[in-house]
Write a protein of this length. Structure first.
Length: 258
């Protein structure tokens, strides 16, 4: 009986150990999933900001666009997100019983080459260059339409309208560039980050996070381009900014009385 008792006790101990191991594995899985949800949230946050920007740009609400640009940067900041990714990679390795990633290899984000940085960019020079090309096409079209004797006044009106629209289009394009940036981060970079993190691929996950960080840094200079373009639109036609233009005109009038 003593041998049987010992055997039973030993088996019961092994069962308890197995149950404890399963509990630990389940807990590790739960923690990993919670951390992965934080990485998944990047896409939702940036996507929502892109949706909001659509309305802000349409309303010429430059302060809201500026705030959104700062929020994009905050949501994609690599220094804040790296500790989360690092925990995911380490906990997954522990849970799955595989070799832990080299601590030094996941300590910082890698430097990306120019070829590896693929997010949308837009400089003020590019914006103006493209705008000038489009304006020339509009002006040429107007001259072909209003080419008869006596059409001079109509031609002048058409050319003025073309120039006004070109300036407005610059501001709109600059604002929509921020929306394109959001779309690229949310729909291209974030899914790749989550997939590589789920698969425990440290190298790819770090590279994707570095790409997200680089794309997020583009938001603030993109806003500066938008700000200049919108200022040019206001100088050309304050009323074209709608309620925002009216507020700015009233503020300028108030300043003139001080």
């Amino acid at each position: 009986m003593s041998e049987l008792t010992e055997l039973v006790a030993r088996l019961e101990g092994q069962v308890r150990e197995a149950e404890e191991a399963h509990l630990i594995a389940d807990r590790l899985s739960d923690i990993c999933e919670e951390l992965l949800d934080e990485l998944r949230q990047i896409s939702s946050t940036v996507s929502e900001l892109g949706f909001e920007l659509d309305g802000y740009v349409a309303d010429c609400d430059y302060s809201a666009v500026q705030r959104a640009a700062y929020e994009i940067r905050g949501a994609t900041d690599g220094d804040s997100l790296l500790p989360i990714l690092r925990q995911v990679l380490l906990l997954q390795a522990l849970r799955d019983g595989v070799a832990l990633p080299d601590p030094a290899a996941i300590e910082s984000l890698p430097e990306l080459s120019a070829e590896e940085v693929a997010h949308p960019t837009l400089t003020l020079e590019e914006l103006r260059r493209d705008s000038e090309m489009e304006l020339k096409e509009r002006e040429e079209s107007a001259r072909q339409i209003w080419c008869d004797e006596g059409d001079e006044a109509d031609l002048e009106d058409a050319l003025h309208e073309a120039r006004t629209e070109a300036i407005q289009d610059r501001a709109t394009r600059a604002g929509r560039h921020l929306m394109e940036l959001c779309e690229y981060i949310a729909e291209d970079l974030c899914p790749r980050l989550v997939t590589s993190a789920e698969n425990g691929n440290s190298k790819e996950a770090l590279e994707e996070l570095a790409a997200i960080d680089a794309a997020g840094k583009e938001a603030e200079p993109a806003y500066k381009v938008y700000e200049v373009a919108l200022s040019e639109q206001y100088a050309s036609s304050p009323s074209s900014l709608g309620a925002v233009g009216e507020e700015l005109m009233l503020f300028e009038s108030w300043l003139g009385t001080q």
